[in-house]
Design a protein around this ligand. Structure first.
Ligand code: SAH
Ligand code: MG
Length: 189
């Protein structure tokens, strides 16, 4: 696991922060989560962490970057988790998944979070939950932060839009946690 964290660090791969992953694993354990859909596998780090909570957990994870996808396959194999983790190479916005999941974990392109949420909410099992990562985006989503870079400012604007979307959603209720890089837990009303 340390090697994965080091590889991610050296190659600028934004894997989940340690306290964020602990929060996620704790949630999975306490709520008896058995099936997980992850949007954004990167090198498989979070999927491996989540699968290791319990051998009965099944994960489907989607990654669009072929290099990361191949790295993830390698890592999942090293941890002997191929039976628990199914990785799909493709754009999650164009992937069709028919099964339902206890937990949907959104951790891919931050500008597309509303689209991921709208597309995959129908894959949520009864009593299931959608968890989204990176909502504080290194603290940049705070109202008083001035961002000079235009692209970054637009991205942060989109994350704030997603937060508004969750706060004003009539179908789901969301709790925000200041853990890791900011985590939202959304449940259907
Ligand atoms: N969940 C991982 C980190 C994911 S980083 C962990 O914590 O270990 C985000 C990943 O999402 C990147 O590897 C990126 O290539 C992928 N991604 C971004 N947009 C995507 C999309 N539309 N479909 C599939 N993967 C996407
Ligand atoms: Mg993340």
């Amino acid at each position: 696991m340390d090697r994965l964290e080091q590889y991610a660090d050296e190659n600028n791969i934004p894997i989940m922060q340690k306290d964020g992953i602990l929060f996620l694993k704790d949630y999975i354990e306490k709520n008896g989560v058995k099936s997980i859909l992850e949007i954004g596998s990167a090198i498989g780090y979070s999927a491996i962490q989540m699968a290791s909570v319990n051998p009965n957990i099944k994960i489907v994870t989607i990654e669009r970057d072929e290099i990361r996808y191949n790295e993830a396959i390698k890592n999942i194999g090293k941890f002997n988790l191929d039976k628990q983790i199914d990785i799909i190479l493709g754009d999650a916005l164009e992937t069709e998944i028919s099964s339902k999941f206890d937990l949907i974990f959104i951790d891919a392109a931050k500008a597309q979070y509303i689209k991921f949420f709208e597309k995959y909410k129908s894959n949520l099992a009864d009593g299931g939950v959608i968890i989204s990562d990176n909502l504080s985006f290194h603290g940049l989503t705070e109202p008083d932060v001035v961002i000079r870079n235009r692209n970054l400012r637009q991205l942060v604007g989109k994350i704030n839009k997603y937060k508004d979307f969750l706060e004003n959603n009539s179908e789901f209720s969301t709790e925000f946690f200041d853990i890791g890089d900011g985590i939202a837990v959304s449940k259907r009303n």
